[in-house]
Write a protein of this length. Structure first.
Length: 204
């Protein structure tokens, strides 16, 4: 799993465990004490859990910020990262399959991805009629990772994690640590599924 997504999952799991412990202790307080004493105990538990929640949200935000920084570093152009062998091949007309294979090979290289995006744009513009560009073209530029798409992916994962954290307490549909939706969201966070597969591909 991507380092920054793993950090988000760790924060999510940690808060989930804390929220479960809170539920157990709150239930025990109601059983053991008179209502007024139980209320005071639960207030203390609330305060402690709120602090853990803030830490969890901060940890998710920090992981997202580090992911964004990594994406910007990935996208910084660096001449030493240019693959001379593949640059020679880009002087020819590549088939969509050959182009996709080259993109796959260079997904971790922001400089080569920048060059491949330029190559796709140039060839697609040459091969399409005026006004059609962006709709048609043999080469698919959408498979090329970009800094913007990486940032968007990290932001979406962070928003999802924070939303799950916020839903761990409270009542109603999709809320509370005992809810199967919450349990599944924590357990499967960052794991590939049809909804997030494209995002994971971008930040792999």
């Amino acid at each position: 799993m991507n380092t920054y997504i793993q950090s988000m999952k760790n924060a999510l799991t940690s808060y989930y465990n804390a929220a479960k412990t809170y539920e157990e202790k709150a239930a025990q307080a109601k059983q053991r004490y008179q209502p007024d004493v139980a209320e005071e105990e639960i207030k203390k538990l609330d305060t402690a859990l709120e602090a853990v929640k803030r830490d969890a949200v901060d940890a998710v935000t920090d992981a997202k910020d580090k992911g964004v920084e990594a994406a910007k570093r990935w996208g910084a152009l660096d001449g030493s990262k240019i693959d001379d062998g593949d640059m020679k091949l880009l002087k020819f007309d590549l088939s969509p399959e050959q182009f996709e294979a080259m993109v796959e090979r260079h997904k971790k290289n922001g400089t080569m991805c920048f060059i491949l995006a330029q190559y796709a744009e140039k060839h697609n513009r040459e091969e399409t009629a005026p006004g059609e560009y962006g709709v048609a073209g043999r080469l698919n530029p959408l498979i090329i990772p970009t800094v913007e798409e990486k940032i968007k992916a990290y932001t979406k994962f962070a928003e999802s994690a924070i939303s799950t954290i916020n839903n761990m307490t409270g009542y109603g549909w999709g809320k509370g640590v005992g809810n199967p939706v919450i349990e599944s969201s924590v357990k499967n966070f960052g794991e590939p599924n049809p909804m997030n597969y494209a995002l994971l591909e971008i930040i792999e």
